[in-house]
Design a protein around this ligand. Structure first.
Ligand code: BJW
Length: 232
């Protein structure tokens, strides 16, 4: 069985990372989507750097939860029949052991040099204008995908969706494209589709099945079910 999983901010919520569009979604009075744009970065780079510096610092204080670990367990069983597509820029899936993963909206612990195009592993701040480790020019931005920019790994995602038997969407509101269109694409390609979310998402009608509750309960239970049905 070939499985494609899509995760969003909801899977990391119980690790202590805020989602984008819930009641507590404001950062210093700004909606995160207002800060996560190329226009915001052009108008006020310091503000945008501070937003990502704060989130990068918060990453050091949180751990993967039972849902991240359960997906890593499923990958161990399915091997190359498994692909995890995450919209999250945190590294909680990777820290839980996920390896077949496409972080389609980039990575918080990476910087991108606007001068030379080099990506560098980054755990420090960017607001203070550090030089690029490759070219020495102070032109680093967070290595994340803002509105209007092209998400990463779309070819790999498209190929996996084409051959998927099962597509599972976990903890995403389903309002941001192209991620929000993946369930429909999977359904059209013949896959069964399942949503696991705290509450029904905007796209709930495109799923064959939906289960609602916290990810740390739903995901491990669902993974146990799937593993128990796999041939030994
Ligand atoms: C729980 C839970 C618990 C809570 N357990 N669940 C008009 C129509 C259609 C499209 C467009 C349009 N106008 C513009 C567009 C395109 C645009 C877009 O989609 N805009 C919409 C807002 C309308 N998209 C783009 O611009 C994208 N690029 C693009 O389209 O390029 C063109 C192109 C595409 C393809 C090929 C060639 C060209 C880029 C989108 C980039 C999004 N970037 C961000 C920021 C990333 C960096 C950062 O993290 O700061 O990505 S925005 C933000 O939203 C972030 C997230 O990854 C993304 C999705 O959010 P997510 O994860 O769904 O979070 P929430 O908060 O919305 O939902 C949380 C969910 O969790 C909820 O459902 C809760 O119920 C649930 N939950 N606790 C389980 N304990």
């Amino acid at each position: 069985m070939r499985v494609v999983i899509l995760t969003g901010a909801g899977i990391s919520a119980e690790s202590g990372l805020p989602t984008f569009r819930d009641a507590h979604g404001l950062w210093e009075g700004h909606r995160p989507e207002e800060v996560a744009t190329p226009e915001a970065f052009e108008a006020d780079p310091l503000l945008v750097h501070r937003f990502y510096d704060a989130r990068r610092a918060a990453l050091a204080t949180v751990e993967p939860n039972a849902a991240h670990h359960a997906l890593a367990r499923l990958e161990e069983r399915l091997g190359d029949d498994y692909l995890l597509v995450t919209q999250n820029i945190d590294d909680l899936h990777q820290r839980a052991g996920s390896r077949r993963i496409v972080p389609m909206h980039g990575r918080l612990r990476s910087s991108y040099c606007l001068h030379c195009g080099e990506r560098s592993h980054w755990t420090a701040t960017l607001a203070d204008g550090p030089p690029c480790p490759a070219c020495g020019v102070a032109a680093l931005r967070p290595d994340v995908v803002w509105f209007g920019e092209v998400p990463h790994g779309l070819d790999r995602i498209g190929k996996a969706i084409e051959h998927a038997d099962l597509f599972v969407s976990i903890g995403t509101s389903g309002v941001v494209y192209p991620a929000a269109g993946l369930a429909t694409a999977a359904h059209s390609a013949g896959a069964r589709t399942l949503e696991l979310n705290l509450v029904p998402s905007d796209g709930v009608t495109v799923f064959d099945q939906a289960r609602h509750g916290p990810a740390t309960e739903l995901v491990p239970a669902w993974v146990d079910e799937v593993i128990s049905q796999l041939p030994r």
